[in-house]
Unconditional design. Structure first.
Length: 289
């Protein structure tokens, strides 16, 4: 039985998801020092080039080779600019199940990149890797991350009370830990058939059933930063309402926990998430709500 993911690059019309390399370090440092990333992740703060170097050369590659998951840089197809990260973790190879976390860089928010990248990874997992479950965990106050889960067709399964420690900024600019609930979402292969169009605004028509939009191309044996030829069919889209894409997210630095678990999916949004019957939101203060 296969117990590691292939060395893969996944391409959509606008994005290329590929292994990290040295060219990503400056942008990765800038992304990880964004105040919303600090609020919703457990990444070190301040995040230094040394942290990024460890992530690129040790931590991220080890996620794949150890069988725990897969960490990919999300880059724009045309510019090759880093716009985020997607991280598969807690992979159960017998159950064919894994958890996904993601971050979108502040300069790329509002473009629908989180939805597009997560949807592409989900389809690759279900179609080519024969996985049966993808799990996502979002902080109760992180409505933008919850919107991503809803757009791709995830089902909310419940709340883990007081399960995550976020960070809130105080009046003097320092950061303090604060507990929050986690909402657990899942996506199964059949759920993708009902996924919303990831590029439509509320009230805009979706493009149709699974397979009619959001195609991707996967390339194995990634050999460097060269962008692959485009093979995707994501046409005619309306951009979504601007929001921040951060899932309570994996800490991109080595952790004592051998599983590498450092947080849920991350994203902050302007639109409210429908209240879950059991969850109470304890939102870190970011100054952008």
């Amino acid at each position: 039985m296969t117990t590691t993911f292939p060395d893969v690059s996944i391409s959509t019309e606008r994005l290329v998801l590929r292994p990290y390399d040295d060219t990503d370090i400056p942008a990765h440092v800038e992304m990880m020092n964004d105040e919303l990333v600090v609020a919703w992740t457990s990444a070190p703060h301040p995040y230094t080039p040394a942290h990024a170097d460890t992530w690129v050369h040790r931590t991220a590659p080890a996620e794949r080779t150890s069988g725990r998951g897969l960490a990919l840089a999300v880059t724009e197809f045309l510019t090759q600019r880093l716009v985020g990260t997607v991280h598969l973790r807690h992979t159960d190879w017998r159950a064919r199940s894994t958890e996904i976390a993601y971050i979108t860089a502040p300069w790329a928010r509002g473009e629908g990149y989180a939805t597009e990248s997560v949807l592409a990874v989900a389809r690759w997992l279900f179609r080519e890797q024969r996985f049966e479950r993808l799990e996502l965990r979002t902080a109760a106050g992180n409505t933008a991350s919850q919107q991503v889960a809803q757009k791709i067709g995830c089902v909310s399964e419940g709340v883990l009370r007081n399960a995550w420690i976020a960070r809130a900024q105080t009046e003097d600019g320092t950061w303090t830990d604060t507990r929050t609930d986690l909402i657990v979402w899942s996506l199964l292969p059949e759920d993708l058939e009902g996924a919303d169009d990831p590029y439509s605004d509320a009230g805009s028509p979706a493009y149709g059933e699974y397979g009619e939009y959001g195609e991707y191309q996967a390339y194995t044996a990634y050999n460097g930063p060269t962008t692959p030829t485009r093979h995707t069919h994501l046409t005619q889209r309306t951009e979504p309402t601007r929001h921040t894409h951060l899932t309570p997210q994996t800490d991109p630095t080595p952790q004592p926990d051998p599983t590498g678990h450092t947080g849920p999916a991350q994203q902050t949004a302007s639109a409210p998430h429908p209240a879950h019957p059991h969850h109470t939101a304890r939102t870190p203060r970011t100054g952008r709500n």
